[in-house]
Structures are given as C-alpha cells and as structure tokens.
Design a protein around this ligand. Structure first.
Ligand SMILES: NC(=O)c1ccc[n+]([C@@H]2O[C@H](COP(=O)([O-])OP(=O)(O)OC[C@H]3O[C@@H](n4cnc5c(N)ncnc54)[C@H](OP(=O)(O)O)[C@@H]3O)[C@@H](O)[C@H]2O)c1
Length: 250
C-alpha cells in the first residue's frame, strides 16, 4: 500500500517505521525541508516528500501532527486528492499544548473538528496508545492478550483498510463507531492509553463518559507532571487505568 505520513514525531515516525517494516511504500513530511527532512526520512526507511507531494499518488494519508498545527496546513492540500484516498487523524487535543480551540473546548468531538478543518472525512486511529506502546507493545496476530487500538469513522470500507494497517503495526483493532463516537477514545476516557486487549477495550469504549473526559484528561496531566521525575511508561499506564476503576488489569 502507498502511504503518505505528515508528521514524523513520536507517533508519525513510529507508524512510518512499522509500515515500512510491513512492506508498505511510505513517504513522509514534517515541518522541516531539505537535509533535515531527508535525514529523518532515511532514519525511518521512508522517502522524504514535500507537503504537496506527500498527499499525491497514495492510498492512505496519515496526519500525525499536534491538533494546533492542523489549521496551518495548506488550505488546498486535499483539493486534488481523490475521494477514495483514506485520511487518518492520530491527534489528541491537549489545551496546555494546543492552546484554546473553542469548538473542541465546547464539546465538539476532536476528529470531527479536524475533519471540518481539512474539508474531508477522516478516520480516527493510532490515537489511543502511547508512542512507547506503539513502538514496543505490538505482537503477532492472534497472540493472547494482544493490545488493541480503537478505530472510528463513517466509512466502513476505509475502517477495514486501517484495521489492516493496525494489524500490521502489531495490534488488534476495535471499531469504535462513527467519527462522532470517537470521543470514546479521546484523552480522559478509559480507552485512552490504558493498553487493553480487544475485549477490555470494547468495554472501556462503552464505559466512557463524554462530559467527564476533559476534566479527567486535565487531572491526569496535572498529576503526572507534578511528580518529581518523569514517570516510567508502566507507571503512566497504571495511573491511567486507576483513573477508571472498572478497568481490569489495574
Ligand atoms: N506521543 C504520544 O504518545 C501520542 C499518542 C497518540 C496520539 N498522539 C497524537 O498524535 C499527534 C502527533 O503526536 P506526536 O507525539 O508524534 O507529536 P510530536 O512528536 O511532537 O511530532 C509532531 C510532528 O508533527 C510535525 N509537524 C508539526 N507541524 C507541522 C506542519 N505544519 N506540517 C508538517 N508537519 C508538522 C512535526 O515536525 P518536526 O519534526 O519538523 O518538528 C513533528 O514531526 C498529536 O496530536 C498527539 O496528541 C500522541
């Protein structure tokens, strides 16, 4: 499959490496040009591309930039991208990082907002696992207790394709419904960065409470950043699980 990835940070870069390792043809773009972009692409085993070219002649475009960067993308970026090209949004909104986005703060589902900014449908995926989980937590298909990732969107066929890429990355995929339901795996929900298997994730997706998610998101960030040193990955996952007593593996 031909994949264009915008953003080569913790998530976009890891997805790029995993997709290359699975035999996909990957090109990448980030906020840099020239040698710096070339070096990052080389490191990932992908090809460097300008922002205009990263969306050309691909089957899937993965957008993996901070939410606040989305409106800064060229306005006509998707104008010539055929409708059957799938656009994936990995973003999570954090007010401390992304500044105020009033519509999201007032309850608009994050990826619905992203879709409106881009002027085309998106699939939300690769957002509910920490970068370290994505990098190191993958397992072969059908391994017991394989970690699962949520995938939301309004196009069933597109979700099937992305489910395949999630499997290539080493994770089970759980369909979380239409894009309007994707709040169920936004920050502050039991499905978010809790490393659950597929059955547990289905339950967590149904247990989430939309109105409580922003305050739990902010509580988690405040608690983790008030620790004397940056918590280990297992401690972050443990903390996230404990925010929601119904999760099993606590
Ligand atoms: N980190 C996690 O554990 C995690 C987990 C799930 C989802 N997410 C979400 O996924 C998204 C990416 O997260 P991340 O952790 O990978 O962020 P990151 O490490 O900060 O990387 C962000 C990437 O976006 C690129 N970028 C920023 N503005 C751009 C623009 N206008 N055009 C092109 N590229 C641009 C940056 O370019 P440069 O490299 O040139 O700076 C960088 O490569 C965020 O919305 C985040 O909330 C993160």
């Amino acid at each position: 499959m031909k994949i264009g990835i915008i953003g080569t940070g913790a998530i976009g870069g890891t997805i790029a490496k995993k997709m290359v390792a699975s035999g996909h043809n990957v090109k990448v773009n980030n906020s840099k040009q020239g040698e710096k972009l070339n070096a990052r692409a080389l490191e990932l085993g992908a090809s460097p591309a300008t922002i205009e070219n990263v969306v050309k002649d691909v089957d899937v475009i993965i957008l993996s930039v901070p939410t606040v960067a989305i409106p800064t993308l060229p306005k006509d970026l998707f104008a010539k991208v055929p409708e059957n090209v799938i656009v994936v949004d990995t973003s999570n909104y954090y007010p401390f990082r992304d500044a105020d986005i009033d519509e999201i703060k007032n309850g608009k589902v994050e990826s619905v907002w992203v879709s409106e900014q881009l002027g085309r449908p998106v699939i939300k995926a690769f957002n509910n696992l920490l970068a370290e989980t994505l990098e190191n937590g993958g397992k072969k298909t059908a391994t017991e207790n394989r970690i699962a990732m949520a995938v939301a969107g309004d196009d069933e066929e597109a979700k099937k394709v992305i489910t395949g890429l999630i499997n290539d990355a080493g994770f089970d995929a759980v369909d979380s419904g239409n894009l309007s339901e994707s709040w169920r795996h936004q920050p502050g929900t039991p499905a978010y960065c809790t490393e659950l298997n597929a059955e547990e994730l289905k339950q967590a997706l149904s247990d989430g409470i939309k109105e409580k998610a922003p305050s739990l998101r902010d509580k988690a960030i405040a608690a983790l950043s008030s620790l004397p040193s940056y918590p280990s990955h297992p401690d972050i996952v443990k903390y996230n699980r404990r925010l929601f007593q119904k999760n099993s593996n606590t």
